[in-house]
Design a protein around this ligand. Structure first.
Ligand code: XMP
Length: 523
């Protein structure tokens, strides 16, 4: 046991005492610092895993924001591969959002359950055309009869321009030459089954799955299996569901009927279609979550989708957390106005500095057994560590908007490269679909409504993996300093101290000429 000298106990306070003594002042990340604690934890051994709901465990407590300049399928795939979660935005048609969910859920997951097939009447030239048209990265295709029965396998080595006028059946491996496994023999661990098969069958790269009637119902490829097995050694492990598919979240707006009531059928149908594709989390995402509308939409979803993880928000109070939890939400988003592109506090005069909001929310969440995530205002990994002392995860917008996986083109201005980053409450974003998030109807945008966000640029920041590695490294350091081997210990070990403006100045590099800055050390 550590000996904790009594003066320490009076200066470095646990959350309850610290926020009790500083109330009612609203504090944010830079207003506080964390005290070091006795530690036998090496940063590299710290476990960043977090359980957000019964069905969602992440290996990294970071989610990408449901903003139209942050999260589409490419970002969601990258986030899940790093162990976190992407929440797809909804400034797109429902059909497009469904497609985005499908892209994430069908990204390399070991067993491809709906492989692309061709029929025996095709020529090799037709296959080349298909590859070109769809942009497929593979050239091997199962050949099936019209009823789906397996006929053979067209190997990539014959899919060549010189054979373009030959029939696919001329170059295929016949049914008796193709390796298959019965669907019923796959067992509980499909990856292990395939891994064993490929080890036992040297030089074979494809294993087809068939049902009792020899109909094709799946495909394993050696490269996918090797990628998944290889992930076991990574320090950031992908976040997958029980079918080995990447986890995926999506935000929804609340559709309304002419009379202003929630259009329940539309909401249920759209979410239902996404759930059928494997969606793991739906977020009822608005600027003000402690409202009848968000509560009712959450209740509708909870009643219809008993096992789906529901996130709702945003709130900044214990009452808001309790309200949304009682309506059926599992995870509550906390944050009003801290975001880098937010102007809510300026426009509406409303919002709570983030650490105080997180503390108020966390007290209720603990009592109600709910998870909370800190949404907005995170500019460096140290902010994440501070947020995680009170929450189960953080949502990042600005830190990820410059990554190559974020939507949007790269713009060059005077030799520097940027990506667009805009608030969902900016006039342009609201015109593109997010007006309801701020309680406006699309036709009011610019007339009866004031923008609560700005349009901005972010300097291009490399890949999500590079960015996340830096952030994860910072979280691990914080955990090492606090002697926390996991996030639950981070919460219990956290001791806070108030920082003055002089202390803030001291916290950043000072009194030197900086020649090389670290991306996340700037405040
Ligand atoms: P960061 O600081 O990571 O914040 O860029 C991202 C979060 O900000 C919220 N958000 C907004 N808040 N007006 C607001 O008041 C806006 O236009 C706006 N757009 C996004 C949102 O919670 C996001 O995750």
């Amino acid at each position: 046991m550590t000996k904790y000298p009594s003066m320490d106990k009076e200066i470095f306070l646990p959350a309850e005492q610290f926020f009790e003594q500083t109330k009612p002042t609203g504090l944010t990340f830079d207003d506080i610092s964390l005290a070091t604690r006795y530690s036998d934890v090496l940063p590299s051994d710290a476990n960043l895993g977090t359980q957000l709901s019964e069905n969602i465990s992440l290996n990294l407590p970071i989610l990408s924001s449901d903003m139209d300049t942050v999260t589409e399928s490419e970002m969601a795939i990258a986030m899940a591969l790093c162990g976190g979660l992407g929440i797809l935005h909804y400034n797109m048609s429902k059909r497009q959002q469904l497609k985005e969910v499908t892209r994430v859920k069908y990204h390399v997951h070991g067993l491809i359950q709906d492989p692309i097939t061709i029929t025996a009447d095709k020529l090799i030239g037709d296959v080349l055309g298909l590859i070109d048209q769809k942009g497929f990265q593979f050239r091997t295709f199962p050949i099936v009869e019209d009823n789906g029965k397996l006929l053979g396998l067209l190997p990539g080595r014959v899919v060549k321009h010189r054979y373009r006028s030959r029939k696919v059946t001329d170059g295929m491996l016949a049914r008796n030459e193709v390796y298959t496994v019965k669907q019923t023999d796959i067992g509980e661990d499909p990856i292990q089954t395939a891994d064993r098969f490929f080890s036992e069958h040297m030089g074979i790269h494809k294993l087809l799955v068939v049902d009792d009637n020899d109909k094709l119902c799946g495909l394993y490829t050696l490269s996918d299996i090797e990628r998944i097995i290889g992930e076991a050694g990574n320090h950031l492990k992908p976040a997958r569901d029980h079918n080995f598919r990447l986890l995926c979240g999506a935000a929804v707006s609340i559709p309304r009927l002419e009379d202003g009531k929630i259009n329940q059928d539309e909401l249920i149908q759209h979410v239902g279609e996404m759930v059928q594709q494997g969606l793991n989390l739906v977020a009822v995402s608005t600027a003000h979550g402690h409202t009848q509308g968000v509560g009712d939409a959450t209740k509708v979803l909870r009643k219809e989708f008993a096992n789906l993880t529901i996130m709702a928000g945003n709130v900044t109070s214990g009452e808001g957390v309790e309200f949304l939890g009682d309506c059926g939400a599992d995870i509550i988003k906390v944050g009003q106005g801290p975001g880098s592109i937010c102007t809510t506090r300026i426009v509406a005069g409303v919002g709570i500095p983030q650490m105080s909001a997180l503390y108020a929310a966390s007290c209720k969440a603990k009592k109600k057994g709910l998870s909370i995530v800190a949404d907005g205002g995170i500019t460096k990994s140290g902010d994440i560590v501070k947020a995680l002392t009170l929450t189960d995860g953080v949502i990042c917008g600005s830190l990820l908007a410059g990554c190559k996986e974020a939507p949007g083109r790269i713009i060059e201005i005077e030799g520097k490269y940027y990506k667009q980053y805009r608030g969902m409450g900016s006039l342009e974003a609201m015109r593109d679909g997010s007006a309801a998030r701020y309680g406006h109807s699309a036709k009011d945008v610019g007339a009866k409504s004031a923008a609560e966000g700005i349009e901005a640029l972010k300097e291009v920041a490399g890949s999500v993996t590079e960015t996340i590695n830096l952030l994860a490294g910072g979280i691990r350091s914080g955990m090492g300093y606090l002697g926390a081997s996991n996030l639950s210990e981070l919460k219990s070990n956290a001791r806070y101290v108030r920082v003055t403006p002089a202390g803030q100045k001291e916290s950043s590099p000072h009194d030197v000429i900086e020649i090389k800055n670290s991306e996340f050390s700037r405040s």
